[in-house]
Structure formats: C-alpha cells, structure tokens
Design a binder for this molecule. Sequence first.
Ligand code: MG
Length: 269
Amino acid sequence: MKHPLADKNLYLLDMDGTIYLENDLIDGAADFINWLRDTGKDYVFLTNNSSKSADAYLEKLKRLNIPADRSNMFTSGQAACIFLRDLKENAKLYVVGTESLKAELRANGFTVAEGPDADVDFLLVGYDTELTYQKLVDACELLTREVNPVPFYATNPDWVCPAQKGKYLPDCHTMCDMLERATGKAPFYIGKPRKEMALGAIKFKGGDPARTALVGDRLYTDVACGVNAGIASVFVLSGEGTVEDIEKYGVTPTIVLDSVKDIIGCDAE
Ligand SMILES: [Mg+2]
C-alpha cells in the first residue's frame, strides 16, 4: 500500500516539540531535514509567535544546525499580511504589536497608523511584548467609535507563550480578552489552528495543498490547522501530545508517528 505521505513535496513544520525541545534537537530531526533537501522536497517552519521576526527563529535553527532561510519561515504575522491584503490592498492598520510586526506590515504595503485615526481600516492585535496602556486605549476607541467601528483581527489565538523553566507568559489571546472585556468585541484570530495559517504558508511557498503535509506535536493547534485547511496532517509524539489527545480533542490526523524521523523514506516504492 502506498504511504499516505508518499506524494508530498511540501512540509509545513511546527518547531518546538517537533524539531527541537527548548534548546535541544529532537533525535533524527536533522536527518529528516537533510532527507527533505536530498529528495528535492520543500519545507517551511510555522510559528504562531508574532512578537519576533522570522530572523530570531532562523538564528535558533542555525545554532541547532538546521538549514533554513527566510523562504523556510512563516509566522502568524506573515499570515496576517496575506489575510488582510486579500481584504484590502494597502490598508491602514492600527497595530497593537511589536515594532518588528509593524515593520513586517509596512514591508507588505500597509500603512501603520500612529493613533486611532478616522481612516484606519483594521485593528490588528499581535503578541505584543511591547504593550502599553495607550495602545489599549487607542484600540478601544477604534472598536467603539460610533461611525465605522473598525473590524478586529488578531494574529494568533494563544493565551500563553511557553517561557523558560515551565513558566508561561501572556500571549495575544490574553491581550485581546482585555479588549473584549472592555468593548464587547472579539477578534477573528488568524494563526494555527485556523486554516488561514496553513493556506497562507502554502501560498507563500507556491505549493499545492494536495501535495502538502502539516507536521506538529499539538493536536488542537497543529493537526487541527491541517484538518481545517483540508491537507494531510502528521501528529508526532515527540513533544507535548499523546495518543489520548485524539479522542480528547476529536481531531484525527492523517498519520501518527513517534517523530519526524519516521517520515524519512515514505516516498520509497
Ligand atoms: Mg509544538
């Protein structure tokens, strides 16, 4: 029988728990990436973290000897660029986000407003590690203004971001919850598990959804993203997920593997 991944030529890869665990490479991950390269397959790392630019991740991958450049990295900030550009070219945004996210948006043709201007098209909230009270005030003003309250978008639906020593930091969803409490308005979230994240990454790579597989260690974000996008999904048990999660979350991957190492050779006759 043909392997379910036999014809896949583009892999969308989660990082933490799939390629590395904190600062250590997962056994066989480097072999897997080398196999992709040797057999002419393409890959892109997905991250919901919109606080850092792709470069911060590239440095980490480089330290771990995983070959990758800008063409192998796709953040929820990039997904937001594609998503919002489809709604309106060159829109004016008010951004509750880092300077790095704002730079990415400007590079994609958006105007970033300095304040709650009357002509702002969309409010975009990211994982803002540079959050100020003034940004929250401005966002509330835009969401509740009487004439044309702005549509509300957010880069990623994570409440927390894992930090060192098992601790967690407040992420994008937690910041949006403050605004929701204050205004009664909730955002549309763009990152994993939304299909927009996977479809955006495929568009970014010029890939074919039918020949793409998404690989991750979290069922309710990674695998769910693949399922929502209608593409093949691989649930790897090298990170935080367990097989019990399949019943718990009601999300069914195309295939369950111990790690990415087990994908090697899936295209053999
Ligand atoms: Mg992960």
